[in-house]
Design a protein around this ligand. Structure first.
Ligand SMILES: Nc1ncnc2c1ncn2[C@@H]1O[C@H](COP(=O)(O)OP(=O)(O)O)[C@@H](O)[C@H]1O
Ligand SMILES: [Mg+2]
Length: 465
């Protein structure tokens, strides 16, 4: 693909990357890695069979909070694939209309556009920054027209006597350019004009007559027809930098190219994560009122998973090679309760293990974004150091595990609630009571102290933990 590099990691490399963030779940990681690599393999197939090779859609089966979403999200990040997540159960809600299942494909394209835009903007970053600097400088010290006479800006002294105003102006600009670059003037206010997006100005037209996609198209068409308003604003240089950078980098990229590339990328490497698929398995024969039949939702979903075209405001996308990862706990229903056609479209089944106490300890400590590391970073922002004793983390994991068993099993999510419970007072006291350069050590005693009463009182822990 043109424009930016794709990461063609081997299955082993993908698992290695996943291991940096997710503890355990070997089987799920392995299968997701194979599915990703198979797509690359397909793109590199030299014969016509290429078009017939379908992605190995995956069905993840596992209790809540064991890492299903995390694996899917992370794999997308690692491979720079467009990603979107949808809850299957949302399609059974009141007011649902069949076509809405297509919204997940539109979301995917939206994500893909953002991804491509960000990458393209990154490629023109330097040029955009240059332009921004020039606009800021012009606002600060307007370039002189040689015919007009202007006074020396206040507060500027020069050692040599310049010959003309133009020269003086140039010298001053040079000096301020330096200052802008060194960030010396970040709080100085300047006037800039910014283009206003005018998409919100258009009300609903012909309500009920149009489906979502033509509605979007209509809005965009009208939005493009109306001239973009520019608005003058007084902002600090720091703010101006941000606002102008957006605008300048947008000017430098070709939106048609972005759209085209985004569609291509979504088609060939997009991932749609369908969560809570178990909630639409089996028929809602219990007479749950106005709910749309679950089987109906599955039938609506089928063509998208099988491969069809969906029109979006960025163009038409074929879903044939989009990778679908469905996930569910399947406590009540079973995968075999899904309609056979849909089952057939998710040939790879992976079961995720329930996490153990030992997993919890590792989750607290090891991942690149481990909770303990996240909090260390937060406190570090206040110049406060926090450390966790190993036995304290072990106790914390044990308590989390215990609460999961006694109250409700929410998997590793429990670690978040327990951790925040323990750190709550510190988070409140920094920096007012606990000042800079303080050191906080989390010990087993402290964990005990903060949790014991809560755990004893089940009613209370249901609400707080
Ligand atoms: N195996 C794991 N390794 C590391 N963190 C995990 C693991 N499982 C869950 N987590 C953490 O728990 C939280 C919820 O996980 P998530 O993947 O959303 O669960 P679910 O299986 O319900 O989709 C996330 O913050 C994630 O970081
Ligand atoms: Mg989830």
């Amino acid at each position: 693909m043109k424009g930016f590099e794709e990461r063609n990691l081997t299955p082993r490399q993908i698992v290695e990357e996943l291991d940096k963030y997710i503890i355990g779940q070997k089987n799920a990681k392995k299968n997701v890695a194979i599915a990703m690599r198979n797509r690359w393999r397909r793109m590199n197939v030299k014969t016509e069979i290429k078009g017939d090779i379908i992605p190995n859609n995956i069905l993840m089966i596992g209790a809540t909070g064991v890492g299903k979403t995390e694996i899917a999200r992370r794999i997308a990040k690692i491979t720079k694939a467009p990603f979107t997540k949808v809850e299957a159960s949302k399609f059974t809600e009141v007011g649902y209309v069949g076509r809405d299942v297509e919204s997940m494909v539109r979301d995917l394209v939206e994500q893909s556009v953002n991804l491509v835009k960000t990458m393209k903007k990154d490629m023109v970053k330097e040029k955009a920054q240059e332009n921004v600097e020039k606009i800021i400088l012009d606002a600060l010290i307007p370039p002189i027209n040689p015919n007009t006479i202007s006074a020396t800006p206040v507060g500027v002294t020069t050692t040599e006597t310049p010959k003309t105003d133009a020269e003086l102006n140039e010298k001053t600009r040079e000096r301020f350019r330096e200052k802008i670059r060194n960030g010396e003037l970040e709080d100085r206010k300047i006037d800039i004009s910014i283009k206003q997006a005018n998409s919100n100005g258009i009300g609903m037209i012909g309500g009920g007559m149009m489906d979502e996609s033509s509605m979007i198209n209509m809005q965009e068409m009208l939005g493009n027809m109306l001239p973009k308003k520019t608005k003058k604003r007084k902002v600090t240089i720091a703010e101006a930098r941000k606002l102008l950078f957006e605008e300048e980098s947008s000017k430098l990229i070709d939106m048609d190219e972005v759209k085209e590339e985004a569609i291509e990328r979504a088609e060939n490497s997009g991932i749609i994560f369908i969560d809570e698929i178990d909630k639409i398995a089996g028929n809602s024969s219990k007479g749950s009122g106005p709910d749309v039949s679950r089987e109906g939702v599955q039938r609506d979903m089928l063509p998208i998973v099988e491969g069809s075209t969906v029109s979006t405001k960025y163009g038409i996308i074929k879903t044939d090679h989009v990778l679908f990862i469905a996930a569910g706990a399947f406590h009540v229903s079973k995968p075999s309760d899904l309609i056979p056609e849909l089952q057939g479209r998710f040939p790879i089944r992976v079961e995720l293990n329930n996490l153990t106490k030992e997993d919890f300890v590792r989750i607290l400590k090891e991942p690149k974004n481990a909770l303990s590391k996240q909090y260390q970073a937060l406190f570090d922002a206040e110049n406060v150091e926090i450390s966790f004793n190993d036995d304290a983390l072990e106790l914390l994991a044990e308590k989390a595990f215990q609460i999961n068993e006694e109250v409700e099993n929410i998997g590793a999510r429990r670690l978040h609630t327990v951790m925040s419970q323990i750190l709550n007072d510190f988070l409140f006291d920094v920096p007012d009571v606990i000042g800079e350069n303080a050191k906080i050590i989390i010990t087993t005693e402290l964990v005990e102290e903060k949790l014991t009463d809560l755990i004893k009182d089940k009613d209370l822990s249901q609400y707080i933990l």
